[in-house]
Design a protein around this ligand. Structure first.
Ligand code: SF4
Length: 392
């Protein structure tokens, strides 16, 4: 029985809570339609994607058409425009800034000063709790940029302007860093770039097992491939389309064997009856799959939602049970399970993780100093020291 489903929902049927976007052949996602900005159709990224998607209809759009690209008028798109947008891939030349501070930073909470590089926006998976359902609610397509070299120039300028500073940059804030790698090849361009930059740690964060195309590259220790991990019950019922726990851990083991640093995020932590045992099983499986003493970092972060996102979750994923634990709005406007419960869960998981990996950096995401102190029994680091620890 899946503890995240009520008894009437459980018997035998599919457990996915939301619609799976597009279709899949192995780990390769196929959109229903491929939209390409006119003028980009013969570029390297577009040629690669078109070759990988035989039979998928292609439409060329001019710049105005892209901005006003609509979802068509079928019933599914009208009922769930965000889900319909996930079945359409737009390749376009980006003309804005792609490199920015992580949106999650909030005064009063300990922040790791993460920087984000957005080469893709939106994701072919459809996790019930995903904040993109709110953040990108008006986006009619999943988008990927074609001019990766411009993005890398932007990053290079920032790195070169501050050679004394260490940067920690991730591509997984408004996308999954590797889910579309078999199509796009973005990560395969980023790894050699990062390998040549001594003041950069690049994080590729994923719920996929799409690592084949980066395994042969030498990251020179400057790339951390990281996975968000949840118990099987959560993956089965709340993370539609994402790789299974076994697939994620097998991919992590392959990356570690290939010389990559790897990291793991227990974020979002989902509170449900029996969740602690579920997470203990994940940690046991993790410790059996990878060499824990070589893990770059581990993080814990409770599920965070907003009032608006809670409404979206109820509408788009009526079978989801991620909102069933008692959650309350906090001073940053985000809803979380109340503090005593969060601290209790964090402490249990931190204890198991410390047993498995005594020396590995373990941090909390988006929590107040008093929560750090209650979990770890010592004062929280300030943001610059946390950033320095994670960027080394
Ligand atoms: S994998 Fe991440 S980005 Fe993709 S749907 Fe799930 S939470 Fe959202």
């Amino acid at each position: 029985m899946n503890p995240l489903r009520s008894p009437s929902e459980n018997p035998g049927g599919p457990l996915h809570a939301g619609p799976v976007a597009g279709s899949w052949i192995g780990s390769t996602w196929r959109p229903d339609v491929l939209l390409i900005e006119r003028g980009e159709e013969n570029g390297q990224v577009a040629r690669r994607v078109r070759a990988a998607l035989p039979g998928v209809p292609v439409e060329l759009l001019d710049e105005t058409g892209m901005e006003h690209s609509t979802l068509g008028h079928d019933n599914t798109a009208r009922l769930d425009p965000f889900g319909a947008g996930k079945r359409r891939l737009l390749l376009h030349r980006d003309r804005g800034r792609l490199f920015s501070a992580c949106q999650a930073g909030t005064p009063g909470l300990i922040c790791c000063n993460y920087l984000t590089l957005s080469l893709v926006s939106n994701c072919p998976y459809d996790c019930s709790y995903c904040f993109l359902q709110e953040y990108l609610s008006n986006n009619p397509t999943l988008r990927a940029i074609t001019n990766v070299e411009d993005a890398l120039s932007e990053v290079a300028a920032a790195l070169d302007a501050h050679p004394e500073r260490r940067f920690r940059i991730g591509t997984g804030e408004i996308a999954d860093s590797l889910a579309l790698e078999p199509l796009l090849g973005h990560a395969a361009a980023l790894v050699p770039f990062a390998a040549a930059r001594p003041n950069l740690v690049l994080e590729l964060k994923t719920k996929s097992d799409c690592v084949d195309d980066i395994l042969g590259l030498d990251s020179r220790g400057r790339v951390v491939v990281s996975w968000s991990l949840t118990p099987k019950a959560v993956i089965d019922s709340e993370e539609s389309g994402a790789a299974s726990l076994g697939q994620r851990l097998a991919a992590a083991a392959r990356c570690q064997q290939a010389g990559y640093r790897v990291g793991f995020h227990f974020d979002p932590l989902i509170d449900y009856e029996g969740c602690e045992e579920g997470y203990r099983d994940v940690i046991t499986a993790l410790a059996a799959a990878v060499e824990m003493r070589r893990v770059a970092w581990l993080s814990l972060g409770s599920l965070r939602t907003t009032s608006h996102l809670r409404g979206i979750i109820r509408d788009r994923h009526p079978g989801s049970r991620v909102l069933l634990a008692e959650q309350v709005p906090m001073r940053d406007g985000k809803w979380r399970v109340f503090q005593a419960r969060r601290v209790a869960i964090y402490r249990r998981l931190a204890g198991w993780l410390r047993e498995a990996a005594p020396e590995v950096r373990l941090y909390l995401c988006m929590e107040a100093p008093e929560v750090w102190e209650r979990v770890f029994g010592r004062p929280a680091p300030d943001a610059p020291s946390l950033q320095a620890q994670l960027s080394s």
